[in-house]
Design a protein around this ligand. Structure first.
Ligand code: UD1
Ligand code: CA
Length: 466
């Protein structure tokens, strides 16, 4: 392990008020591509293999600790939100003097591992490293002040900046690397004489300069390194930037995405060769797609395993399901959790399937509800067939054996077993097991009533008689 990284303690500041989000949810818990903001940052921090990771949180942030309790971090409470300098100060008791503190901002979540490694590598032990960036839209960010020789000597916040300073396009990303011994002597010296009445960590910059300690500014070349989330507009912007990055990575790995701008991944996707994903597909949880598959437009997939040669047509919603090779699903199919589809099953439009196993080659092509059912091979389920699995209290199982044929609009009332090669007449209400290879019809017979007179004709005839 790299020694330099060994003596670095990471401090993540996550105790903000999230005022501009207008929400009771702490900002750092909003998801970006399905992963909470703070968790994204923690994943990057973990990659650095630093000695410890401290996360500064506030009163309202108990939810933050709870939701990320699996992470091996040291939680440090900031009792009052008095600024970024005050936030770092809360960790001082626990930091070793021979360490350097790498400060990350909880609301700057996409900083790359490579950039952080570069910052550490380019900052000699006894100096300060500060990550800056140039941007065409510096509004709201701290600006880097440089003297006429180009030496940096301070940071001024937007709210404290003069008009001339506001024109500076080199900004403070917030990310810095400072020897703990300097923090210990300088943080208590911070003052809050500024527009926000806060103790700014950024003031350390000028103090270092006054004390003759060198500041190495490292320039980030990657926009995502310094994008911050302060409001919903920025959150949505970051989401799109991240989605595009992930989409392009998949495309480099061979995925055919018809439009990377209209693709949303909020979990994990694995795919084999020759997979095409049409527009507006949303992927959540863990999804794996076999080779030679097509996912149509507006499809939602959550925790789905898809075999080879599968076609999922437009507007289908599929959750917690295993789809074997050769299946054709949709358009407009809804497949709910606990479903297992064997090879070459066809689930057509407006068919809902829940917690059911459907055998090889079986088709339910149009309209219907299949819930809590076990269906064999090569069964044909006619349009409008419904399993009445729920009596208001309990759920019951429907079993349909191989090669049965269920006529349209059949109502199957479980517990019931449709035996092998049973043939169910259209419109039947089946309440008892049906025998093999027989036609079962359970509906009233059709009758044509003799001497029947339509009501209109009846009235006319009566009037004629009057
Ligand atoms: C901060 C920087 C600014 C920089 C910008 C980069 C300061 C004074 N300003 O401004 O120079 O360009 O970030 O995005 O540092 N936090 C705490 N406790 C507090 C206050 C803040 O933990 O008392 C946390 C927040 O949760 C947030 C981070 O520190 O994650 C930054 O705070 P924020 O208020 O968003 O600072 P900015 O005004 O964005
Ligand atoms: Ca911020």
């Amino acid at each position: 392990m790299d020694n330099k990284i060994m003596n670095v303690s990471i401090i993540i500041l996550a105790a903000g008020e999230s005022k501009r989000m207008h929400s009771t949810t702490p900002k750092v818990l909003y998801p970006l591509a399905g992963v909470p903001i703070l968790e994204r940052l923690l994943r990057t921090a973990k990659m650095l293999e630093a000695s410890e990771i401290y996360v500064v949180y506030n009163e309202r942030g108990n939810q933050v600790c709870e939701s990320l309790e699996d992470y091996d971090v040291i939680w440090v409470k900031q009792p009052r939100l008095l600024g970024t300098g005050h936030a770092v100060m809360q960790t001082l008791d626990q930091l070793s003097d021979d360490h350097r503190a790498l400060v990350l901002y909880g609301d700057v979540p996409l900083v790359s591992h490579e950039t952080l490694k570069q910052l550490i590598a380019q900052t000699p032990e006894d100096t300060i490293g500060w990550l800056t960036a140039y941007t065409t839209d510096p509004f709201g960010l701290g600006r880097i002040l440089r003297d006429k020789y180009g030496e940096p000597h301070g940071i001024v916040e937007e709210k404290d900046a003069t008009d001339a300073q506001k024109k500076i396009s080199e900004i403070n990303t917030g990310i810095c690397l400072i020897p703990v011994k300097y923090l210990r002597s300088w943080l208590p010296r911070l003052e809050n004489k500024n527009a926000q009445k806060e103790y700014y960590l950024t003031d350390i910059f000028a103090i270092a300069r006054q004390n003759g300690v060198k500041i190495n500014t490292v320039l980030s070349q990657i926009e995502t390194d310094f994008l911050s989330v302060n409001d919903h507009i920025q959150l949505a912007y970051l989401e799109r930037v991240l989605q595009k990055q992930i989409a392009e990575q998949y495309m480099r790995e061979g995925l055919r995405l018809l439009d990377p701008n209209r693709f949303d991944i909020r979990g994990y996707l694995t795919f084999a060769q020759d997979v095409t994903i049409d527009i507006n597909v949303v992927i959540e949880g863990e999804v794996s797609i076999g080779s030679n598959c097509y996912i149509g437009p507006n499809v939602y997939l959550r925790d789905v395993i898809i075999g080879n040669d599968v076609e999922i047509r437009a507007n289908s919603v599929i959750e917690d399901t295993v789809i074997s090779r050769g299946c054709v699903i949709g358009p407009f199919a809804r497949i709910r959790p606990g479903t297992r589809l064997k090879p070459n099953v066809k689930i057509g439009n407006f068919v809902e399937v829940k917690k059911s196993e459907i055998g090889e080659g079986t088709k339910a092509s149009h309209l219907g509800y299949i819930g809590d059912a076990t269906i064999g091979k090569y069964v044909n389920i006619g349009a409008g067939t419904v399993t009445c699995n729920y009596d208001g209290v309990n759920k019951y199982q429907t079993v349909i054996d191989d090669e049965a044929f269920i006529g349209s609009n059949a109502t199957l009332v479980p517990p019931v077993r449709i035996q092998k090669e049973s043939y169910i007449g259209a419109g039947s209400t089946i309440t008892e097991d049906t025998p093999e290879k027989k036609l079962t019809i359970a509906r009233s017979r059709q009758v044509a009533v003799e001497n029947w007179i339509a009501p209109k004709q009846k009235v006319k005839k009566e009037q004629e008689c009057e």
